[in-house]
Write a protein that binds this ligand. Structure first.
Ligand code: G3P
Ligand code: CA
Length: 270
């Protein structure tokens, strides 16, 4: 059976990458959750996907004269003061509010959602005895060397989460090599195909697991990787027929915004 990997938490039900989205994903019964690790100006790590704060927070209205809204141009304290949930109610990104899949009493609280720190994400995962996939976000003009993988490993160590409850993934394969060198007990997964039109380049096929963009992938590529003995995860699969098809090809896991479609967990909204 293919693993269900909750993409940015249960991103269709709650603001992505928040602890609430993680909690709802856990309640669906997903096998693990995926989240994005980004660097702040003052060298802390937070769970946030985009390079800028504009889509998912109120940074523009809260700091109207800021010259930049990039996450890395904000200190942690300022980031933690942002509303990271109202965007979900205002834009209803997966139409789950208009389809009445989320109770009003639940989504009316989303304005209180904040950006979590990496420490909080790990603490949540440990408390639930669950598993987390940390995608180390890399923005090409960043000149931070190995700071992000090194700091991630430092926080993992400090928090005391067991290595088998953490996966580290990245499009930056140099960072994965760093993780392998420093902490070989932690599983790494190589992301392939950041943009839907990127050619899928597996290099020398050195990694045991490839997390591949589901848009450009085809059955032949999956079969080849499976014949080579690789573990294959696909992002992002939100459709049941697609999920079943890939599962029949031996795909090991699928990142989905809708873990509630593929799992039969406990009641999500109590
Ligand atoms: O880790 C899989 C997937 O999350 C990679 O793409 O853009 O959703 O972070 P993205
Ligand atoms: Ca991601």
């Amino acid at each position: 059976m293919a693993q269900v990997i909750a993409h940015r938490g249960a991103r269709s039900l709650a603001p992505e990458n928040t602890l609430l989205a993680a909690d709802l994903a856990y309640k669906t019964g997903a096998d693990l959750w995926e989240t994005d690790v980004s660097l702040t100006r003052d060298g802390r790590l937070v769970l946030f996907h985009d390079e800028t704060l504009l889509r998912c927070t109120n940074a523009a209205s809260r700091f109207p004269s800021n010259p930049s809204y990039r996450v890395r141009d904000f200190d942690l304290k300022a980031l933690l003061a942002l509303d990271a949930g109202s965007f979900f109610v205002e834009t209803d990104p997966f139409s789950q509010i208009s389809l009445k899949a989320i109770p009003r009493t639940v989504f009316s609280e989303y304005r209180h959602c904040v950006i979590p720190t990496l420490e909080q994400g790990l603490e949540f995962t440990m408390k639930k005895q669950w598993k987390i996939n940390l995608e180390l976000k890399y923005f090409p003009e960043d000149e931070t060397g190995f700071f992000v993988p090194d700091k991630t490993l430092e926080v993992i160590e400090q928090m005391g989460i067991l290595p088998d409850r953490v996966v580290i993934s990245s499009f930056n394969h140099g960072w994965l090599e760093r993780v392998i060198d420093k902490k070989p007990q932690i599983e790494v997964q190589a992301l392939i195909g950041e943009n839907d039109t990127d050619p899928l380049d597996f290099g020398d096929f050195r990694y045991s697991t490839y997390n591949i963009n589901a848009k450009p992938v085809d059955d032949g590529i999956i079969k080849k990787l499976k014949d080579l003995g690789k573990k294959v995860n696909l992002f992002t699969v939100n459709n049941k027929a697609e999920f079943d098809h890939y599962a029949s090809l031996g795909v090991d896991g699928m990142f989905t915004d809708f873990p509630q479609l593929f799992c039969s967990g406990t009641t999500i909204f109590t």
